[in-house]
Design a protein around this ligand. Structure first.
Ligand SMILES: [Zn+2]
Length: 320
């Protein structure tokens, strides 16, 4: 580590706190950053430390800031909140103002900045992620996803470094080996069953806690979406059996979500629960159609709902 010559004498360190869904980013001269990570006293002005929502580094790189264009002289705009691209901009400014970069270094820098030219986590990647394959023990196939995402970019020979900080925290440190950093980041997310995704309500990127069901970024969005859904639903359906279904659906949807958040529901139990619940929702389309067409009686529909409730209540008794 000591031998590595940091480009422009700058580095970026990232610590992912998956328990609190936060990301810490430290930026500054390598010497100061390493000291800070180790918990040694450093001049507060010599480094910059940011704590943001988990995934922020990936979202910064998804903002489409074309740093390679900037290096080559184009004007670009980087928002203040985009810490990663602001850091890259500083590195480039430093390199250009020193005016002593050789051709080889310039090419190396270009290769590493290539990844900023398009939105990193784009719709295409999200779509691919939806069809991610899982091992029998439910671990996502990360290699496949990373190949898909990063294959077109050059991977640095000298990868980023892992540095242990206080309380066993782990920091990934690099100067501009962004591909390695992205790879590290996504592997860590996937191994904790966390997935980058666009919120179905507000459209912003966030890190979801499951590969399929978690589609809204915040409680605000969940609330908005639910009341909107309910409003539209009421507009369309005012039959009693529909209301009956919706009531039961919402009741269990919220219970499952709460139990998941509290950690009461995980592993095999979560899988079983998801199976029962998704079985219920997918069968509901046909059942409701059947009532509408008169193929089954509202009483039979009520019995079907009751059966689901019995099944869920039995399952739930084990959880508490
Ligand atoms: Zn949202």
């Amino acid at each position: 580590m000591a031998k590595y010559k940091f480009f422009a004498d700058m580095c970026i360190a990232i610590c992912i706190d998956q328990n609190n869904m936060k990301e810490v980013m430290i930026i500054g001269e390598p010497k100061n950053v390493f000291e800070y990570i180790k918990g040694e006293p450093v001049n507060a002005k010599s480094i910059k430390a940011y704590e943001r929502d988990i995934g922020s580094f990936l979202f910064d790189l998804s903002a489409g800031c074309r740093m390679l264009n900037y290096l080559k002289g184009s004007k670009i705009s980087v928002s203040d909140g985009n810490i990663t691209c602001s850091y890259l901009k500083n590195v480039i400014d430093k390199v250009l103002s020193a005016n002593n970069i050789n051709e080889e270094e310039f090419e190396w820098l270009c290769n590493n900045l290539e990844i900023t030219q398009t939105s990193l986590i784009n719709e295409d990647f999200i779509c691919y992620q939806r069809h991610l394959s899982f091992s029998p023990s439910r671990v996502p196939n990360t290699d496949q996803a990373l190949n898909r995402l990063l294959n077109k970019y050059i991977k640095e020979d000298i990868p980023m470094m892992i540095v242990k900080g206080r309380n066993d925290t782990e920091y990934a440190v690099t100067d501009i080996s962004l591909v390695s950093m992205v790879e590290y980041y996504i592997r860590l997310l996937y191994s904790n069953n966390l997935f980058p995704r666009y919120c179905l309500n507000c459209g912003r990127l966030f890190i979801a806690k499951s590969s399929l069901f978690d589609v809204l970024c915040s409680d605000v969005c969940r609330k908005q979406r639910n009341s909107e859904k309910l409003r539209r639903y009421k507009e369309k359906h005012n039959d009693e059996y529909e209301a009956q279904y919706m009531k039961i659906y919402q009741k269990w949807y919220s219970r499952i979500r709460r139990a998941k958040e509290n950690g009461q529901l995980s592993g095999d139990r979560l899988l079983i629960c998801n199976d029962i619940f998704s079985g219920f929702t997918s069968a509901s389309y046909e059942k409701r159609n059947d009532v509408r067409n008169g193929d089954i009686s509202p009483e039979a529909f009520t019995r079907w709902i009751d059966n689901f409730e019995i099944q869920m209540n039995m399952f739930w008794a084990d959880i508490k």
